[in-house]
Write a protein that binds this ligand. Structure first.
Ligand code: MN
Length: 492
């Protein structure tokens, strides 16, 4: 059997382009997110990232004999919030023991939900409007963290291992999608949208880099359009969106290669190796699926009352897709609206637009010039005034950007700042004679601008705009300079 080199994540696009003709990917994701509670799922130990190893612990999360778990009510509430945000049915649920021996779980079992999950049968709408089914979103507890000391950092050749129980017992939600995703880009946008929802409703900080959001991918392939579900592999250890895309692409390609060689993949857990850019089978011990689930006798079923669910639903903040739509409805371009929501600056943008600022200019500033600390406390009416000054011709785009930076820093109004900086829109006559002088001083460059190819023309355009900006200390309006250049060129 030969293995073809897999396509890489730089082949962004649809799954169909990443696989040979006639094949399609079938992807389902399991996302684990740590919940933003003050304490752990079943103990009063703090739920806090970092800290000295084994300091955020309590006899319950250390699994000491005689201890009993107590359910964290806030975790249930956040779990319900997530379920409602994902259009799930919220139902009576039961905690179960998932038994396995691993030193990061000192009780020798993880408390999870098995037959009866808190949330079932929901849906998530992606930014492009496509819909992905949610099978379930259940509550469980996180494990501790093992560090294997040795050259490879892997358990099999470690001299010894260290274990930190700070994370053991942190509340988790596991969100399981249906196998509705068809390519790596769609899988990435699913995670992005889910993450945005979790953050927007205050359920999780969604930090992939700190491990509070982790993704496992179930991948299989099938003849395009066949509707069948073939053997899948579960890929673990994916630590970024980029890795997720690469891992899915590699794995799907591996399956196609196996089928084309007359072979077939085995159902197994595989680990993504970021350095080698490939998946590897998990050790056989980790593949054992017999967790001997049974209802945890220390915990009673959780049966949220309809009144409580309604209360949580009524307090649910606006979801990212609704917030994006609110901006688009007022004339903002979709991409800018998405960035505004991602930066949590859509409220500011909306208020500025409602105060009369041009929607497109407003979200362009949010997208390009407000990825800075303190942008959130910008005064919306000052922001609107700035945009109005700019669209009214009182400030060039470059000047507006500088004034905006000053506004974020000092909180002053744009007119005062513009006056202080000496920003006044340049008189067009003045600009024209300045430009004519520069053209006369640069005959070769001018010839290349007028007679050159597109590349030449673009390069020379930059030269002339640069000269004008230099002479006016950035006060000229680049757009006007370009218009004048084109007028002069077409006039011969
Ligand atoms: Mn899980």
């Amino acid at each position: 059997m030969t293995t073809t080199a897999p396509a890489t994540a730089t082949d962004a696009g649809t799954g169909h382009e990443l696989l040979p003709d006639g094949w399609e990917m079938v992807i389902g994701l399991e996302v684990h997110a740590e919940l933003a509670t003050a304490s752990k799922m079943f103990s009063p130990a703090p739920n806090r990232f970092g800290g000295e190893p084994n300091t955020n612990v309590h006899p319950v999360c250390l699994g000491l004999p005689g201890t009993l778990p107590v359910v964290n009510g806030k975790a249930i509430e956040l779990g319900i919030r997530i379920g409602l945000a994902l259009d799930c049915t919220v139902q009576r649920c039961v905690f179960a023991r998932k038994n396995y021996f691993y030193p990061d779980m000192p009780k020798d079992y993880q408390i999870s939900q098995y037959e009866l999950a808190l949330n079932v049968d929901g849906r998530l709408e992606l930014a492009d409007g496509s819909v992905v089914g949610i099978e379930r979103a259940h509550l469980e507890e996180d494990t501790g963290k093992s560090t294997h000391i040795g050259d490879s950092g892997r358990i099999h050749d470690a001299g010894y291992s260290l274990v930190d129980y700070n994370r053991a017992g942190v509340p988790l939600i596991e969100i399981v999608s249906r196998p509705d995703l068809r390519d790596p880009e769609q899988a990435k946008s699913y995670v992005e949208e889910l993450r945005a929802i979790l953050v927007a409703i205050g359920a999780s900080d969604g930090k992939m880099e700190e491990g509070s959001l982790r993704v496992d991918a179930n991948v299989s392939v099938r003849p395009a359009g066949s509707g069948e579900l073939r053997t899948r592999c579960e890929i673990k250890n994916v630590n970024s969106l980029r890795s997720l895309g690469r891992a899915i692409t590699y794995e799907a390609r591996r399956h196609v290669d196996l089928y084309q060689a007359g072979d077939a993949p085995r159902q197994e857990t595989r680990h993504w190796d970021e350095e080698d850019g490939r998946t590897r089978p998990g050790r056989s011990k980790e593949e054992a699926e017999d967790y001997r689930y049974f209802d945890d006798p220390d915990l009673v079923p959780v049966d949220p009352s309809p009144g409580w669910i309604d209360e949580i639903r009524a307090a649910l903040p606006a979801l990212p897709r609704h917030r994006r739509q609110a901006l688009v409805d007022r004339g903002a371009p979709a991409a800018g609206a998405a960035l505004a929501v991602e930066r949590d600056l859509d409220g500011l943008a909306l208020a500025a637009i409602e105060a009369g600022a041009d929607a497109e200019r407003t979200v362009t500033h949010v997208a390009n010039n407000l990825a800075v600390e303190g942008a959130g406390s910008l005064d919306a009416s000052h922001f609107a005034d700035l945009v109005k000054l700019e669209t009214g011709g009182g400030l060039t785009a470059t000047q507006a950007k500088q004034v905006l930076a000053d506004m974020v820093e000092t909180g002053r109004d744009p007119a005062t700042i513009a006056a202080e900086k000496g920003f006044e829109a340049m008189d067009t006559d003045e600009l024209e004679s300045l430009l004519d002088g520069i053209i006369a001083d640069h005959p070769d460059e001018w010839a290349r601008f007028v007679g050159g190819d597109d590349g030449d023309r673009k390069k020379m355009q930059g030269v002339f705009v640069g000269q004008v900006m230099k002479a006016t200390r950035g006060q000229a309006d680049g757009k006007v300079v370009n218009q004048l250049l084109n007028q002069r060129a077409s006039a011969g």
